[in-house]
Write a protein that binds this ligand. Structure first.
Ligand SMILES: Cc1cc2nc3c(=O)[nH]c(=O)nc-3n(C[C@H](O)[C@H](O)[C@H](O)COP(=O)(O)OP(=O)(O)OC[C@H]3O[C@@H](n4cnc5c(N)ncnc54)[C@H](O)[C@@H]3O)c2cc1C
Length: 446
């Protein structure tokens, strides 16, 4: 093979691309692979610790997951934890923060109790906690001036909760892949893929810097950009991207762990929560809000072009958006979230959400977290006129895979990469090193 030819080419240097590169290099007999990233460093966008909530979502406190989804997400979270514990050699990638689901007011209290009955057998360490127990675990949630707060509160608490620095996991995976001896593992930074073409023997990828690369199998894990790249190859034509960003606020340290609130089940995003930021000591971070924006990168206005390329002004998108806006709860949620972005007023109305978690929080304690957040690429199925609630993958067994990864895409990255590892090795008639995979993850890839 000449130097720009690989068995597998991966587009995207976030956690989806990084975990797959790791799997191929360490747990298969694929000999040559390359990862392309358009920025000059890895994890520049959503996988960076500054862009996401750093939560290992396992379904215990996420009330928008039904039991089936909770169980599914739990499996993916377990793979991430196994990697961090057994495969990364870096204990700083994770931090133990207890996770709490907080119900405020009689209706939510009843809901939280029912939720426990629905899922408790999946989570042996999950417990129900009343106001006094909450006061012991998170005093600032339960108490105001040393007395129990006025509204009824109730929670689910899992001391086995984890924050993960998904950006560092990405870097760790790529570094380990590059250390594998006897294989070609290249990482090309500042290399934006601009044109993908199917050829007789595989794929040709044109890069903005003038390079042309070839591969037998192509995996596109380009986050918010994956859908457009898929559509240039005739895949997923009836989907549109709905980019959902959001903001965070910093406050002084008022929480020991992660405190999530009850989620609207009609929406695919976690409700506003408060938690410590792994990268910022003595701080509590509140958010994220959920703001639909016509860009694919929050802090790059030029990415509006990418949005226009992958959002279609069609009957299907109109129907989906109309159905969303018809629902009173969703309509109010959308307006509320737009309101959070309005200067001065935004902070005041966001405070109302924060006070639900920490009732003594004051306006002056909240600071807008600048350059902190990312974009969740939610998909609209134009044929069905529906908003998809989670990730999407176009994998038709024809040598190319496209991954679209809204939350909890970072938690599920190893599960997703294991699926891709199976698809790639089957297609190329290669073998997975099951023994080495199992030694890290404790299970076989599926
Ligand atoms: C506010 C927020 C909070 C979140 N919280 C959580 C959480 O707590 N837990 C959780 O599990 N998930 C969370 N998520 C979701 C999670 O961050 C994403 O699912 C995950 O990071 C996606 O990883 P990725 O590698 O697929 O995409 P990305 O990290 O976006 O990586 C894609 C990469 O592809 C590159 N790229 C794009 N186009 C090209 C091209 N043409 N050529 C070369 N490179 C290209 C980009 O530069 C980028 O580096 C959150 C997301 C947001 C926005």
């Amino acid at each position: 093979m000449n130097s720009n030819e690989y068995e597998v080419l991966i587009i995207g240097g976030g956690i989806s691309g990084g975990t797959l590169l790791y799997n191929l290099a360490l747990h298969s007999d694929v000999q040559s692979m390359c990862l392309l990233e358009k920025y000059d460093h890895l994890d520049p966008l959503n996988s960076n610790a500054h862009s996401n909530s750093q939560t290992l979502h396992c379904g215990d406190i996420e009330t928008n997951y039904n039991r089936e989804k909770a169980e599914h997400v739990q499996g993916g979270a377990e793979l991430m934890l196994q990697f961090v514990n057994n495969g990364s050699g870096d204990a700083t990638l994770k931090r133990n923060y207890g996770k709490m689901l907080l119900g405020v007011g009689d209706e939510e209290v009843a809901f939280v109790k029912e939720r426990f009955d629905l899922i408790f057998d999946l989570y042996p360490t999950l417990m129900k906690v009343g106001p006094d127990e909450i006061a012991d675990i998170e005093p600032n949630v339960a108490l105001v001036d040393g007395e129990l707060r006025e509204e009824s509160i109730y929670g689910l608490y899992n001391p086995e909760g984890w924050a993960i620095d998904y950006g560092k996991v990405t870097e760790n995976c790529v570094a380990q892949a590059q250390e594998v001896k006897g294989k070609t593992v290249e990482v090309k930074l500042s290399s934006e893929a601009i044109k993908l073409t199917r050829t007789e023997n595989g794929f040709e990828v044109k890069v903005k810097n003038g390079d042309t690369l070839h591969c037998k199998f192509l995996v596109v894990s380009a986050g918010t950009y994956s859908l457009h790249l898929a559509q240039t190859m005739g895949k997923g034509k009836h989907f549109s991207v709905l980019p959902v960003s959001g903001s965070f606020y910093f406050a002084p340290e008022v929480l020991h762990g992660k405190v999530y609130t009850v989620q609207n089940p009609k929406l695919p995003f976690a409700a506003i929560h408060g938690d410590p930021d792994m990268t910022k000591p003595n701080t509590t971070r509140f958010g994220p809000t959920a703001l639909m924006l016509p860009v694919l990168e929050r802090f790059n206005a030029k990415s509006a072009v990418g949005f226009l390329e992958s959002f279609h002004f069609s009957k299907g998108t109109a129907t989906t958006l109309f159905h969303l806006m018809k629902d009173k709860d969703i309509r109010e949620f959308i307006y509320e979230n737009i309101g959070y972005e309005v200067p001065i007023h935004g902070k005041k109305s966001f405070l109302k959400q924060v006070v639900k978690i920490v009732p003594s929080m004051q306006l002056d304690d909240l600071d807008f977290a600048d350059h902190t957040t990312g974009v969740r690429p939610q998909l609209i199925d134009e044929e069905k006129g529906e908003l998809l609630m989670g990730a999407a993958k176009f994998s038709d067994g024809d040598g190319v895979i496209f991954n679209m990864t809204p939350s909890p895409g970072a938690t599920s990255a190893f599960a997703n990469a294991a699926e891709d590892l199976v698809a790639v090795t089957q297609y190329l008639d290669k073998q997975i090193d099951k023994k080495s995979f199992k030694s890290v993850f404790g299970v076989l890839p599926s």
